[in-house]
Write a protein that binds this ligand. Structure first.
Ligand code: ADP
Length: 218
């Protein structure tokens, strides 16, 4: 599904990513670990097509992403990817359900089916009682779970998750990792940056990113 070849990314003449190579097959749950500031978010942003590398090749589902302009990249991201950011930008004055539906704005969808998927996911992540509440009333951990459901609502082929459990307690983190594992058994591929020690029990493969580069851990 994904192939990164000799990816280099610079910020202000500083090499953040130096010669990253990575191959990811379909239906895998991938965890990327490493110290803060080493470039995990930068790598995920390149995978999501939010940023471009300075050199190297990025192939996503046979498409050479490194050759595309930002309009084409956002089209691919919108149709095939879900993205969970560390910051969970949301519309504060709208309800949880309205925020989850944002990626479907401008699309035709089966309302009954989508709402029952929202109910199912929010029940699983224990936020079903918040669906009609305004975002501004939620805690950080509750918002994080809304961000996860919003990223899943279009059943993307690829889910990119940047520290998706950073604000969650251990029990809820386990719920999220179990959900991700189940989704990967059902046609999704997930690439997640995390500091959680629990992820190793759930991911199919783990990579470590540090100043030497990206290395395979298991
Ligand atoms: P991590 O996710 O591993 O904590 P990041 O990818 O967020 O690391 O950041 C890697 C390095 O790149 C950091 O030193 C950060 O300050 C720098 N960086 C990230 N984004 C930018 C940017 N847009 N402009 C300049 N420097 C950046």
């Amino acid at each position: 599904m994904i192939s990164l070849n000799s990816i280099i990314k610079m910020y202000n003449e500083k090499k953040i990513l130096n010669n990253i190579n990575l191959e990811i097959e379909d239906n895998q749950f991938i965890s990327i670990k490493g110290p803060s500031g080493v470039g995990k978010s930068t790598l995920l942003n390149i995978l999501a097509g939010l940023e471009k590398s300075d050199s190297g090749k990025y192939i996503f589902c046979n498409t050479p992403m490194h050759e595309l302009n930002s309009d084409k990249l956002s089209e691919i991201r919108g149709s095939q990817m879900g993205y969970i950011s560390q910051y969970n930008p949301m519309i504060r004055k709208c309800t949880v359900r309205e925020n989850i539906l944002v990626p479907l704005f401008l699309e035709k969808y089966d309302e009954k089916q989508i709402n029952s998927y929202i109910d199912e996911l929010s029940m699983y992540l224990k936020i079903e009682h918040l669906l009609d509440k305004k975002i501004e009333k939620l805690s950080g951990g509750e918002r994080q779970r809304v961000g996860i459901i919003r990223a899943l609502i279009k059943k993307p082929k690829l889910l990119i998750a940047d520290e998706p459990t950073g604000s969650l307690d251990e029990d809820t983190t386990i719920l999220v990792f179990n959900l991700f594992k189940r989704l990967c058994e059902n046609q999704m591929t997930i690439i997640m940056a995390t500091h959680s020690h629990l992820s190793s029990q759930y991911a199919d493969k783990e990579f470590i990113l540090d100043s030497k580069g990206l290395t395979y851990n298991f």
